[in-house]
Design a protein around this ligand. Structure first.
Ligand code: OGA
Ligand code: NI
Length: 374
């Protein structure tokens, strides 16, 4: 808990018997995640989930005058006016928001809906079945766990997650649970294709050759997380996902119809409203680094809610395979974007060094790029 005033300090010291480490350990050993807590009938959330920083005014700060841009990709391959319009819209969205949504992106609605259903089916299997998959082992190609950074001192989030690799070395089909296998493979394939197209549009929006970012290998790696946010009995005390930026070049997010995702824009939290059939695209830290701050990787978070479960699927474009040579690749600000007036702001940084720093830090709300600034 983050202690902010003397009455909170009193409350914390009055309960000096609280053993966070033991609570976290027991939770992790249950191997059934936050969903397991609900299944066991909790009506109050355990203290390890207290975020200790939220208050109702911060939650309700949302300003409806702002809206995340929606970019229509229909016709961009056949009509040059539509193409130019989409590139311009994407360019300004990436500079001002770091976020936009795309519609008519070519992935059919039934694939999106079935992917959400598949992730739901996995998380709603019997707890005995889920337990068999529960693991934090980096070496495993399919993982199910709650809170990637559970063993740091950061407040735990009200969320469970499954994860698998899509590229460069995809998780073998037989290692993906059958309840979501076919759709996970089909969705991943389509997300890779869309990712390739979005990187072309982003390259053009930077004034570069369309193939530029793909040739820089931004598209080389992808891993996918399927989040499950169970309904929360005390949503004002915790977060679905703490404030963070993404440790990648770009993320493509599919969210269901419940909402709760918010983006920090001009110091205000702005909702990313669910749009059926749309995908949310956001710029990650490494794209901010190579564009020398032209495109921004912005803080976002997910509120906990009494309504749920909420399901979302995040596809991260970065080579996440620690053993793969791609992670030793070094990135710095793109030379073509630099000039006398726009000097490099970042050191050359390897994917591995960046990821190591990011995951040692946890989702604590600080900028992950700071140590790599010149
Ligand atoms: C993430 C993320 C948002 C969501 O996985 O990095 O920001 O809606 N997810 O689940
Ligand atoms: Ni994120």
């Amino acid at each position: 808990m983050v202690i902010k005033n003397s009455s909170e300090l009193d409350a914390a010291s009055a309960d000096s018997n609280y053993d966070r480490e033991a609570e976290v350990k027991a939770f992790d050993e249950s191997k059934t995640g936050v969903k397991g807590l609900l299944e066991s009938g909790v009506t109050k959330i355990p203290r390890m989930f207290y975020s200790g920083e939220l208050n109702l005014t911060e939650r309700s700060e949302n300003n409806s005058n702002f809206a995340i841009p929606i970019v229509d990709l229909a016709g961009i391959h056949s009509d040059s006016d539509l193409h130019i319009e989409a590139v311009e819209k994407i360019g300004s969205a990436c500079q001002e928001w770091g976020f936009f949504q795309v519609i008519n992106h070519g992935i059919p609605n039934n694939v999106l809906d079935e992917m959400i259903n598949g992730i739901r089916r996995f998380h709603e299997q019997d707890s005995e079945v889920r337990k068999q998959f529960y693991s934090r082992e980096k070496k495993k190609k399919f993982n199910y766990y709650s809170n990637v950074n559970l063993f740091t001192n950061n407040p735990a989030n009200w969320r469970d997650t499954l994860g698998f690799l899509v590229a460069p070395h995809p998780t073998k089909p037989e290692d993906i649970p059958e309840v979501c296998r076919d759709i996970a493979i089909e969705y991943s394939k389509k997300i890779r294709e869309l990712g390739h197209t979005i990187f072309e549009l982003l390259s053009e929006a930077l004034g570069l050759n369309p193939s530029y970012l793909n040739e820089l290998a931004c598209v080389e790696g992808t891993f996918l997380l399927g989040h499950y946010y169970p309904p929360c009995p005390e949503p004002e005390l915790t977060m679905g996902t703490s404030k963070h930026t993404d440790a990648d070049f770009m993320t493509i997010l599919l969210q269901d119809e419940l909402g709760g995702l918010q983006v920090l824009h001009d110091n205000k939290w702005v909702d990313v409203p669910p749009v059926h059939g749309a995908l949310v695209i956001n710029i990650g830290d490494l794209l901010q680094l190579i564009t020398n701050d032209r495109f921004i990787s912005v803080f976002h978070r997910v509120l906990a809610s009494q309504t749920g479960p909420r399901i979302s699927i995040a596809s991260f474009f970065i080579n996440y395979e620690y053993k793969d040579e791609g992670t030793s690749r070094v990135y710095g600000p793109i030379k073509e974007l630099l000039s006398e007036e726009n000097k490099p702001l970042y050191k050359d940084t390897s994917v591995k060094d960046f990821l190591t720093y990011y995951f040692s830090k946890g989702l604590d709300g600080d900028s992950s790029l700071q140590p790599f600034r010149l």
